[in-house]
Design a protein around this ligand. Sequence first.
Ligand SMILES: Cc1cc2nc3c(=O)[nH]c(=O)nc-3n(C[C@H](O)[C@H](O)[C@H](O)COP(=O)(O)OP(=O)(O)OC[C@H]3O[C@@H](n4cnc5c(N)ncnc54)[C@H](O)[C@@H]3O)c2cc1C
Length: 460
Amino acid sequence: MTAKQRIIIVGAGISGLAAAFYIKRHKPDVHVTVLEAADRIGGKVKTIYKDGFTIECGPEGYMARKKGLTDLIKAIGLGDQLVHSKSGGYSIYVNHRLRQMPKGAVMGVPTKLLPMVTTGLVSPWGKLRAAMDLLIPHVYQDRDLSVRTFFEKRLGKELVANMIEPLLSGIYNGDLSDMSLEETLPQFASIEKKHRSLILGMKTLRPPKQKEAVTKKTGAFVSLSGGLSALTEKLADYADEIRRNTSVSQINSGRVTLDDGTVLNADAILLAASPKQFGPLLNFPEAWALSNDKRSSTATVAFAFKKEDVEALDITGYVVSRKEQLHITACSFMDRKWPHLAPDGYAFVRTYVGTPEDQALVHQSDAAIAQAALADLRTISRIGTPLFSIVTRQIDNMPQYTVNHKQRVHAFENALSTIDGVFACGAMLHGVGLPDCTENARQTAEQAVHYLNTLEHAHS
Ligand SMILES: Cc1cc2nc3c(=O)[nH]c(=O)nc-3n(C[C@H](O)[C@H](O)[C@H](O)COP(=O)(O)OP(=O)(O)OC[C@H]3O[C@@H](n4cnc5c(N)ncnc54)[C@H](O)[C@@H]3O)c2cc1C
């Protein structure tokens, strides 16, 4: 009888744990060990349960249209926990006021004329400049460029500063000046390629079905009623063994070396650790090129309030223009978006601190971060005294997809493919959103299973 094949997964974030699930689904008889440096699993996915609140410290949900993750959730038996976000407007805090995003704007890019003409977000000159998009020749020429260069050339600096930048930096926590267009917003590159004008091209994008969806009461995101940690906990059940507090220092073909010098052998190894670990663990130039790329730090502050202590604005959140020079970059009224997160009569407000240009506050104490965030929130709307706050930091742990990221990933994957039985997935490679991570984990797990099957046949 031949010995059971073994695979080691490094990193118990959503990527590593989803990979464990997919490997077991395709090859139930392989022994899967997950090594995790921290004392808990989940990585950036972290739900804390306190006084009846379900506090999401990392991701809060994902785009409902990305069906792969929903299929995964159903496959592991959590389908009955799926909840849709409530729809509600998002505003932008700019020029010292909360202003509504004009109707029809997609990622800050206008698609309708009338709401743009009447919005106070951009000056008359800014609007005129944006309208020049209708005449301007192609900016994207099949070569990657920064998101800022692309949008400023098409729509002008003011619209970028007041509408696009606050939204995108809220989502990607990045600096538009070096953010890769091809990797972060490929859809805009293709629209421009096909229609030249973004404004005209975006109009054609919305299928009739999507128009209907916008008028419905549910938002575009889904999550789990028990908190997203339920997902990582459940996925972890598929691994044969999970070792916490086990940090890996080196990966070679068939061999993993731990920080304490212990060497573990395996038929295949799948790296799913944090972005900065690719270089040190794999130690080849293309891996270093990825992990030496820009990363940023951020902190989220979750505040619990009595409902009456939070001004009842008619929105589910807002983003803050960098021109305002506040510490916070975005704020979500989480209980309005996700009623399951707070008990009746209470409010849960979450705000983000830390931009690529201003990382200092993220390194200060929890109390200092919470105090600065609260002061900023109070500049914008009426907010009382919180019942408690929870600060969560990601230090140097947010990957930034800078210009030519795609080419670096391609070079990395080519180099990795020359090392027998070593695979990699994770937010560093093909998208930071949870659905992108799980899709990348699925594909990588399938490659690993194919490799193991080939090994098995060669030995039989
Ligand atoms: C505040 C915040 C909000 C977000 N909101 C959303 C959202 O709403 N929707 C969405 O889709 N996405 C969101 N994201 C993005 C998403 O959460 C992440 O991209 C995703 O969780 C990354 O998963 P991962 O498994 O690739 O990496 P990680 O979660 O970083 O996991 C990597 C794991 O590897 C471990 N590790 C590192 N080094 C070693 C080592 N040497 N040895 C062993 N283990 C190691 C780490 O401890 C960690 O557990 C958010 C992220 C943050 C931080």
